[in-house]
Every structure is written in C-alpha cells, then in structure tokens.
Write a protein that binds this ligand. Structure first.
Ligand SMILES: Nc1ncnc2c1ncn2[C@@H]1O[C@H](COP(=O)(O)OP(=O)(O)OP(=O)(O)O)[C@@H](O)[C@H]1O
Ligand SMILES: O=c1[nH]c(=O)c2[nH+]cn([C@@H]3O[C@H](COP(=O)(O)O)[C@@H](O)[C@H]3O)c2[nH]1
Ligand SMILES: NC(=O)CC[C@H](N)C(=O)O
Ligand SMILES: [Mg+2]
Length: 535
C-alpha cells in the first residue's frame, strides 16, 4: 500500500468550478434558506458556494467572486453580538445583494437605519413596487412575496433608490446601480415569492453582470479533464452503491480513465431486497464497468452488534466501508507496478454541508462518506460531485447517457437499513424491515406514484412494542413507520399526501405478511423540524 496521495487544494471540484466560471458567494448569517439561495443561483446557471459570516472581507474578496449575496438570519443587526458583515465587502469592488437580514446589514453598514417598527410580517405579503429601477423592472406593480421579519429598514442609505414597500417595510427593496448594490426585505429564493427567480437574475445578470456559463455539459468536460490530470496512470476504485450519485460519479470517472477503473459494490447486509442483483445486472449492462461485488455482511453486522446510538452506527459503517475497500484493493485489484491510489465517492454538496464540512454549518448527521471517514485513510479521494446538488447530478447523469431508471431512482442512504432500525441492528430485525420495505416499494410502484415521491424510507421501531389482536389472539409486536416525503434536494422536505387506498393496502399487507409487525404508522412531520431518516 502506498501513502494516500493528496489532492492539491486547487484541484478540488469546487476550486475548478471557481476558476472557470463566475462564482457567487452566499454569506450565511444563520439563514434557514442559504442552501436554497445557492441553488437558485445555480438555476440561473451561475456557480455558487456558501461561506460563513465569520469569513473576513479579505478572504471573501480573495476568492474573486463575481457577486456576493448576504443571506437572512435570526438576529437583529443592531443587537449586541449579532453576526456582523465585514464592511470591507462593501468597498465597491464586488456587487452585493442583501436578502432580509443581509438587506438590513447592508443598509446599516452603509449609513441607513434599521429599527423594530412593531409591524412584523411572517408569510405571504403583498409588495408594492414604487419605482422598478433595474432590479424590479417589468415585475407587476403589486405581487405576492414571502416575508419573515420583525425589523425593517426605515431609511435607505445615501445613493440608493427605494424600489418597493410593504405594510411592515417602508423600504422593502433598494438599489444603487453605480456601486452595483441592491437588496430586498423579502425572500426571493422561496417558491412562494412570485417573480423571485426573476428578481435574483436581474441582480445577478443585469446589475452584477455575471456570466451564465454553469451547465451540466461543461461540468462533465471539466471534471473529465480534471480527473485525467489528477490520476495519471494510477488505478482507481469507485464505491458503487446502485444509487444515483455513485452511478454518476462512477460513469464520469469511467469516461475519464476507462479501464484503469474498477467499481466496488459492498454488500454490507444492510441493503433492501433485490438491491445487490440490481447493481450487478442493470448498472453493468448500462455502463459496461468492471465490477467487483464484496460480501461483507458478517463483518458489518459483527461490528454493529448491540450498537443503538445513531452517530456511532454511522461512524462504524463509514470505517468498515473504508476497511472493505482497502481489503478489496489488496486481495483483488492490485496488479504489480500499479497500485490503487484513488477512491471515487458520490459525495454531494448537501452531504458536505450537513456533516458540518461546509464552512460554518452545524453538524446534523455524519454522513458515512464525509464525517464518518476514518482518519488513517489510505486512498486519495476523488469526489467529482462534491460541489453539486442532487438535481444537477441527475442532469449530469443524463448527459453521460445513464438510463432514466438509474438516474431517476429514489436516494438510499449508504448506511442502509441500519439507520432505519431504531435500536440495535441484527439479522432478524433486518429481515423484518426488508420484508416490510419490499411491500411498500411494490405497492407504490403498482400505484404509479414513484415519480411523485422523492424518497420513501420505511422504519422499524425495534425497541418499541405495542399490543394488538390478530386471529382472536393477543399480539405484542413492533410498529413500522412510513416516511414518504417530497423534496427538491433533501435539505427541506414535506410529508407526501399519499392516497388512503395506497396506505390501506400497504398497512394490510405488512400486518398480514410480516408476522412481527402489528401496527403501521405514518410520519407527518416536515423537515425541519424532522429529518428525512429517523437516525
Ligand atoms: N453498498 C455500497 N457499496 C459501495 N459504496 C457505497 C455503498 N453505499 C454507499 N456507497 C458510497 O457512499 C456514497 C454515498 O452514498 P449515497 O447513498 O449518498 O449516494 P448514492 O448511493 O450514490 O446515491 P443516492 O443518494 O441516490 O442513494 C456513494 O456515492 C458511494 O460512493
Ligand atoms: O449516503 C448517505 N449516507 C448517510 O449517512 C446518510 N444519511 C442520510 N442520508 C440521506 O440524505 C438525505 C437527507 O437525510 P436526512 O434528512 O435524514 O438528514 C436523505 O435522502 C437520506 O436518505 C444519507 N445518505
Ligand atoms: N429572516 C430574516 O433574515 C430576519 C431578519 C431579522 N431578524 C428580522 O426579524 O427582521
Ligand atoms: Mg445511496
């Protein structure tokens, strides 16, 4: 085994994108919607990244952004300890757009006034356009927008024209096109704000002059070139799960280096029914990739025995994944003279941000492929999708010619059924959950609803029992939780309103066909406050 090759900081997917495209930095003041702002910018075909509000102006400007967007946030700009905007960002060298808190922070920093007016607005609000300017040119004189504020800009800074107002915000939008500054009190990034995307693009394109060059076609080209350069003639293994992300990352690397690549699929015993077969047949048929399947069920279940803490489960699984790849390298792949140096993973931007690996974000869950990785990693990592959101990954997959049946699949977490069994994981419990999950998938597909549902976790509450009655006898069984959700990118989600007939069929079949289960319940929690998975 050779030492892990290191990835120079300037050849990460983020750095490559920053170098070749205009980049918009979203400064996060603790917003619920920083992710959403970043996605909307990408929808305008401009690369975007989220940075924490603690980043200095010097660091921000060093990244040479084409524009900066200041996000919303829970604080009041005038309160002691509120996150501050480093006023160097407003030196005029870069266009700046403020949203909600960011709008207020900008107003305060440039000499305007911000105060608690007593007229807070939460939710749908009508905005009146006073004078369109560049930012609001052509949007209807009154339209619906989505607000969430208690403070308001009461006086715009000098040099700005006031463009709009609402009942609770006398200055609801402003711009200074000479300095390329603008902002709005509302949230143009949320779908409930009419003309939101239009307003964002007016700023990005008409005021800031950003180039709209970020498309899935050039992501493919750039990544292929980058991977070729990074890898040289080394051998590479790719962690293939059957899911969308690794299907796409594997196909990208395959396009770059062809038969230097071997895909490794780990059957860790935590998969759903039929999953291993699907990878072995469908994916290989679609791509012709060289595939090794490793049966590691005993190893994973051994290490998981008795473990109930979700974070501990995730860390164990992350570690065992890597151990398995190392063993695969030693036993199967190494050919003299060309040891395996690189491991490809289908890591996405939300995985990085949610694991606290983004700058300044809270650690919600250690995704096994980010926060769950062991420190003594022997491989260099290739993560060509690290800067992308799920919908962008699907687009890249289509560019690469991966069939819709794979690109359109529901996501399935790498730690698999282990994080859908609340309680310790063992073979018996896995069988119960696998059977229930198979019924759910069969019925959902039969109802033709796969594409209406973003993801449909099925959860076994293994440590919970309740009393039931079946065949005139008492039962003391486990509940199964159904967790169908709609989402755009897994960052926020809502529970899916499934037809009662489908829920009824699922419930009847599970309680009849899976002996240990005597209750089926539906999770009706959005994210936030719940997460999609239970652990
Ligand atoms: N059973 C597995 N064998 C090999 N690698 C895996 C396995 N499960 C997960 N991985 C690796 O971990 C990464 C993260 O898993 P994750 O579930 O987020 O992505 P995915 O399975 O590729 O896509 P999806 O989100 O659509 O399920 C995968 O991209 C893959 O590289
Ligand atoms: O590969 C993965 N490794 C993980 O450790 C992991 N944890 C959650 N998920 C998936 O991420 C999305 C968001 O999940 P949560 O709302 O539960 O955080 C959902 O799509 C989850 O299925 C994971 N995927
Ligand atoms: N959503 C926000 O950014 C709110 C900003 C500020 N906390 C207010 O209440 O006005
Ligand atoms: Mg997966």
């Amino acid at each position: 085994m050779t030492d892990a090759p290191s990835t120079p900081a300037d050849s990460t997917p983020e750095a490559a994108a920053e170098a070749q495209h205009d980049t918009v930095l979203v400064v996060d003041f603790g917003a619920q919607y920083a992710q959403l702002i970043a996605r909307r910018v990408r929808e305008a075909r401009i690369f975007s990244e989220i940075v924490p509000s603690t980043m200095s102006a010097e660091e921000i400007l060093a990244k040479k952004p084409a524009a900066v967007i200041l996000s919303g946030g829970p604080s009041s700009v005038y309160a002691p300890g509120a996150p501050q905007l480093d006023s160097g960002v407003l030196d005029g060298s870069v266009p700046v757009f403020g949203i909600c808190y960011g709008f207020q922070a900008m107003a305060a920093a440039l000499g305007g006034t911000v105060a608690r007016t007593g007229l807070s607005e939460f939710g749908r609000t009508d905005v009146s356009v006073v004078s369109g300017g560049v930012l609001l040119d052509g949007v209807p004189p009154t339209h619906r927008i989505w607000m969430s504020h208690g403070d308001a800009v009461t006086q715009a800074p000098e040099g700005f024209s006031v463009l709009a107002s609402t009942g609770g915000a006398p200055v609801a939008a402003f711009e200074d096109t000479d300095r390329r500054f603008a902002g709005v009190q509302w949230h143009p990034e949320v779908l409930h704000s009419e003309h939101g995307q239009e307003v964002l693009e007016r700023f990005l394109v008409d005021i800031a002059g950003c180039r709209q060059s970020w498309t899935s076609a050039n992501i493919v080209e750039e990544q292929v070139a980058l991977i070729r350069e990074q890898v040289g003639d080394a051998r590479v293994i790719s962690a293939l799960s059957g899911g969308v992300d690794s299907a796409v990352s594997t196909a990208l690397v395959q396009r770059a280096i062809g038969d230097q690549l071997t895909a490794v699929f780990v059957d860790h015993g935590l998969l759903r029914k039929g999953e291993a077969e699907q990878v072995e047949n469908d994916y290989v048929a679609a791509t012709g990739v060289d595939l090794k399947v490793v049966d590691a069920a005993e190893q994973f279940l051994g290490h998981l025995a008795g473990v109930t803490d979700p974070e501990e489960k995730r860390k164990i699984i992350g570690r065992e994944f890597i151990r398995t790849f190392e063993a695969a390298e030693r036993e199967i792949l190494s050919t003299p003279g060309a040891p395996v140096k690189w491991l490809v993973q289908g890591t996405l931007y939300p995985d990085v941000v949610e694991s606290g690996g983004g700058e300044g974000a809270a650690n919600i869950k250690s995704h096994h492929n980010v926060g769950g990785l062991p420190e003594d990693l022997e491989f260099g990592l290739i993560e060509p999708l690290r800067a992308l959101f799920k919908d962008e990954v699907r687009e890249v997959g289509r560019q690469l010619g991966i069939p819709e049946a794979i690109v359109g699949r529901h996501p399935f977490p790498g730690p698999g059924l282990a994080i859908r069994i609340v309680g310790a994981v063992d073979a018996d419990r896995l069988r119960i959950l696998r059977d229930a999950d198979a019924i759910v998938r069969e019925e959902t597909t039969a109802a033709g609803l796969d594409s209406d549902i973003w993801q449909f976790p099925v959860v076994l509450l293994a440590d919970v029992r309740s009393v039931g009655v079946q065949g005139d006898g008492r039962t003391y069984g486990h509940p199964i939780v159904l967790r169908p959700v709609s989402s755009e990118d897994a960052m926020t989600a809502d529970w899916s309103r499934l037809p009662y007939e489908l829920l009824e069929r699922i419930s009847t079949r599970i309680t009849n066909e899976v002996r240990e289960v005597n209750r089926v319940v539906l999770d009706v929690t959005s994210k936030p406050p719940g997460t999609i998975e239970w652990e």
